[in-house]
Design a protein around this ligand. Structure first.
Ligand code: FES
Length: 105
């Protein structure tokens, strides 16, 4: 599925993600800037914070408890915030758009 990452300046980059990878892995393996992922996907750093496009929030779903706790230490958290290492790519996410926060550049 194709996933588009938009950086804080509005630059769009689209990657062809693998089903079963996390959004974080799809980004880091394609050199997408703005996702640091310091903890390597353990839901322990909150530097893989992204904003899910409003049209996609239902498909992507909400954060679970551990992720919600980690989001409390992220900067500029919004109602559409997720940690990208906790979002697993599915076929039905083709066309997904997420934005990366300025604090991660
Ligand atoms: Fe650390 Fe996602 S990579 S919380």
């Amino acid at each position: 599925p194709h996933i588009t990452f938009i950086d804080f300046e509005g630059t769009q980059r689209t990657v062809d993600a693998n089903v079963g990878d996390t959004l974080m892995e799809a980004a880091t393996s394609n050199d997408i800037p703005g996702i640091d992922a310091d903890c390597g996907g353990a839901c322990a750093c909150a530097t893989c914070h992204v904003y899910i496009d409003s049209n996609w929030q239902d498909e992507v779903g909400a954060a679970e408890d551990l992720e919600t706790e980690m989001l409390e230490v992220a900067e500029e958290v919004k109602s559409n915030s997720r940690l990208s290492c906790q979002v697993v790519v599915t076929d039905s996410m083709d066309g997904l758009v997420v934005t990366t926060p300025e604090s991660q550049y």
